[in-house]
Design a protein around this ligand. Structure first.
Ligand code: ADE
Length: 251
């Protein structure tokens, strides 16, 4: 998979892209990430990417001309300043899935992560400041995604979250393929409790069933625990009758 990141803080991604499984996926050529500085598409000597809002008001707004030019360059793999084939056009077909991060977007969940993990290319556009010119939403974004119902200072954290969640689903990244199928959200339930050695810690033991060797009993216990935990913490994931059968499987 190829991911292009558009941001005014390219340095932000140094850690997340060079750590852990994301770094391994890049080393193994499963993942090709390219980070672009939006200021490279600015046209004035201050390299501005924002301006005052029409109609007045506090804060600055990210400029549509800069962001549209940047997206078109990246879609067409041409450097800043080089002309793309035609306004809005993409060489070789449809524009790649282009995610604009904004609190007004679709909340990120595992179903959306799975969808994005199926793409060959992703372009992740990180907004900053108080807002983004509406024409960017119209001309650039195929998707608008929110990390949750709170306001961040920009989309960089959300882009890093998407990369982590997507990359671990790419074939060859996780050693044990069954582990993603069993974890939280993949079956519409939160994950059951897990234990490893030592068998006792500060007076706390491990449920006897997990040491019984009875695989059927272990599976039944885990399912019951997952269901109870989901009912207590995230009843919204379950069907209206509160049963796992009615769970709205995310995806
Ligand atoms: N930018 C600012 N707040 C955000 C959020 N909650 N999700 C995604 N991008 C954002």
């Amino acid at each position: 998979m190829r991911i292009d990141l558009l941001t005014i803080f390219p340095g932000y991604f140094t850690g997340p892209l060079d750590t852990s499984l994301v770094a391994s996926a890049r080393d193994a050529d499963i993942l090709d990430v390219r980070v672009h500085d939006l200021r490279d598409w600015a046209t004035d000597r201050h390299r501005s990417v924002d301006d005052a809002p029409y109609g007045g008001g506090a804060g600055m707004v990210m400029r549509a001309d800069v962001l549209v030019d940047a997206a078109e360059s990246v879609w067409n793999d041409v450097p800043p300043g080089a002309a793309p084939p035609a306004a809005g056009a993409v060489a070789g077909g449809a524009r790649p899935r282009t995610v604009l991060f904004t609190p007004r977007g679709r909340p990120l969940d595992q179903a959306l992560v799975r969808e994005l993990a199926g793409e060959e290319r992703l372009v992740l556009l990180c907004g900053r400041y108080e807002g983004i010119d509406e024409r960017v939403h119209e001309l650039v974004a195929t998707d608008e995604v929110s990390l949750g119902d709170y306001v961040l200072m920009g989309g960089e954290v959300a882009a890093a979250a998407v990369i982590e969640a997507v990359v671990r689903l790419l074939p060859g990244v996780l050693g044990n393929a069954t582990s993603t199928a069993e974890e939280s959200f993949e079956r519409g339930l939160l994950e059951h409790p897990q234990y490893t050695r030592p068998a006792e810690l500060r007076g706390l033991g491990v449920p006897e069933v997990l040491r019984s060797g009875d695989h059927g009993a272990v599976a039944a216990w885990r399912h019951a625990q997952a269901l109870a935990r989901t009912r207590a913490v995230r009843p919204d994931l379950l069907g209206p009758d509160g049963s796992a059968e009615g769970a709205t499987r995310p995806g």
